[in-house]
Design a protein around this ligand. Structure first.
Ligand SMILES: [Zn+2]
Length: 454
């Protein structure tokens, strides 16, 4: 079976034909590092992580690039608000992002370019676009002239004529046409800025991805991915810039987009109080549970994080790990049904149903060798989804208590001991209740307090 993927460009499932069958190249838009990643940011990371694992299984070499946007107006604003330097903010947020994504068992991309280290490549593309008549400089800005690109709108179905005739938005004075977008803009002394032929300034967001993708994957590569909200304008603009710069060459042959993530049927937003960062969720539930929830809905469908999805996912993982118990490792093939499901446009829900079937077979068989083989099949197949990567014993030990680590438990026990010494029994009880809520049982004795996970 060959890999088929749904291509947003053509709006249909297509057989995947890499430019070089020995080396597949993929680019996924990465985070703008101004704040902690939220659950919606984690979805593309986990979805494209499964694609990366699948491609690596199917092809001899895969290069996966995912950028870090470390220059952006949101960053300037957040640094000011937090009263910290831009460097401190972007470094702190990038480190946090890496930690959070590792906790979801997402592999690191092969290349993680940072926008601020590719300013020259951006300037080079902008110069070419101006030379070719696709961009113009005005008042320290450089803008892409959308009307010069006859293919603009191919990805998103954006109809520029309709927008122009209906537009009532206030148009910036330096724009020739309302739909033109920024490639370069001027920076004041307080803002990050680089010397350019158009004065000291900084790049627009879209040009960053065009430049970094070209630098590492070439003018045309195989797969470009991201969340559905990036289709317009971000990806449409990436295509326009890159194709117009590179003599009409396609930026990517296949465009893949994951659906939105909502919470309790609503859009996740700070004002609705249903906004969760990845690290907030990680303090409550194991990363593998979050990963399972993010994968259990088809990647192109909207995902609704409702009340008990995490509890259900946890129970399923318990069941899976339970079936692995006592397994002796041996080399076996990945389950063919699971592999076929993944090759059909990453049908992960169907792939998961094959794991459930394997679990049933494991419980049914009376033959020890057969059981061991099936257990290995379950493990290696789940590993392709980035699941069941822990030792079952470790899972059952940590899944209850992952909300709180051993070091933190010891600290709280110490604080409780002090509270009791101070005869602050209310505080001592509060600490014990907090630990109980996190699945930790305290065992007081004359020797002190021991603990175990529930
Ligand atoms: Zn991008």
């Amino acid at each position: 079976m060959t890999l088929r993927i749904y291509n947003t460009l053509t709006r249909q499932k297509e057989a995947f034909k890499p430019i070089d069958s020995k080396h597949v190249k993929m680019y996924v838009c990465g985070p703008t590092v101004y704040d902690s990643a939220h659950l919606g940011n984690a979805r593309p990371v986990v979805v494209f992580d499964v694609l990366y694992r699948l491609l690596t299984h199917l092809y001899p070499k895969v290069t996966y690039a995912r950028n870090i946007t470390d220059v952006d107006d949101k960053i300037i604003k957040a640094a000011k608000k937090n009263n910290e330097s831009i460097d401190t903010l972007t470094k702190r947020t990038t480190d946090k992002y890496h930690q959070d994504m590792a906790a979801l068992n997402a592999l690191s991309p092969d290349i993680e370019p940072r926008a601020t280290q590719h300013i020259q490549q951006m300037i080079d593309i902008i110069k070419i676009l101006i030379d070719k008549g696709h961009a113009y400089a005005a008042e320290g800005h450089v803008l892409f002239s959308v009307k010069t690109d006859p293919n603009y709108g191919t990805l998103s179905g954006f109809d520029k004529d309709q927008i122009i005739s209906g537009a009532r938005v206030e148009v910036a004075p330096y724009k020739n046409d309302p739909e033109d977008f920024i490639l370069w803009k001027p920076s004041t002394d307080a803002m990050p800025g680089w010397e350019s032929p158009w004065g000291v300034g900084r790049p627009g967001w879209h040009i960053e991805c065009s430049a970094m993708a070209k630098a590492y994957l070439g003018e045309t590569f195989d797969i470009h991915g991201g969340g559905i909200d990036l289709v317009f304008p971000h990806h449409e603009n990436e295509i326009a810039q890159s194709s117009c710069c590179n003599d009409g060459k396609k930026l990517a042959n296949y465009w893949m987009h994951n659906g939105h993530l909502g919470v309790n049927g609503e859009k996740m937003s700070k004002s609705l109080g249903n906004f969760f960062t990845v690290s907030e969720k990680l303090s409550e539930i194991p990363g593998e549970v979050i990963r399972y929830v993010l994968l259990a809905t088809h990647y192109r469908q909207p995902l609704d994080w409702t009340g008990d999805v995490a509890g259900q996912a946890k129970n399923i993982l318990d069941k899976f790990y339970n079936a692995l118990d006592g397994n002796e490792r041996q080399v076996v093939d990945i389950n063919s049904g699971l592999l076929e499901s993944l090759q059909d446009d990453l049908n992960i829900p169907l792939a998961l149903s094959h794991l459930h079937e394997l679990v049933s077979e494991i419980h049914k068989t009376g033959d020890a060798d057969q059981k061991n083989k099936l257990q290995n099949e379950l493990r290696v197949s789940a590993n392709l989804l980035g699941l069941l990567y822990q030792d079952p014993h470790q899972w059952f030990k940590s899944a209850q208590g992952q909300a709180i680590e051993a070091g933190e438990i010891e600290t709280l026990i110490q604080q409780r001991r002090q509270a009791r010494a101070d005869k602050d029994f209310a505080l001592a009880d509060k600490i014990r209740d907090e630990l109980t809520a996190k699945g930790v049982v305290l065992l007081d004795s004359s020797d002190g307090t021991a603990w175990r996970y529930k």
